[in-house]
Design a protein around this ligand. Structure first.
Ligand code: FE
Length: 131
């Protein structure tokens, strides 16, 4: 597991500017541009910043929104949800429970059985293919 970089300087060095923008300035990658959007391989999606396991390929579905979408996190406590009132709306923000990196948002219009749609930025993730 990767060490969580401490300083902002270290973080900026270990991430691309787009990754820094999304993970720490709560940005959003442009829809239909993320490298994991159409990834159908079996494996685990980890936090790009700290290596925390976040989502499984088994819970990934094609939401048609332009971002990788999952019906749940790999374990309940690996992501944290928090209120986000930015842009004049109320959304639930999804962050890595270990390092606090912004990952995306969760919505209540996902498929059964969870009914959840975790809408996650590809750049916040690092895919580890199942061996
Ligand atoms: Fe993390």
């Amino acid at each position: 597991m990767k060490k969580v970089p401490k300083s902002e300087e270290e973080l900026k060095k270990s991430l691309t500017s787009e990754q820094y923008e999304v993970c720490f300035l709560k940005g959003t990658e442009a829809p239909f541009t993320g490298k994991y959007l159409f990834n159908k391989e079996k494996g685990v999606y980890e936090c790009r910043v700290c290596g925390n396991e976040l989502f499984s390929s088994e819970d990934k579905f094609d939401s048609g929104t332009g971002w990788p979408s999952f019906t749940k996190s790999i374990k309940g406590n690996n992501v944290k949800l928090q209120n986000d009132f930015s842009h004049g709306m109320h959304r639930m923000e999804v962050v890595c429970s270990k390092c606090g990196a912004h990952l995306g948002h969760v919505f209540d219009d996902g498929p059964k059985p969870t009914g959840k749609r975790y809408c996650i930025n590809s750049v916040a993730l690092d895919f580890k293919k199942k061996k």
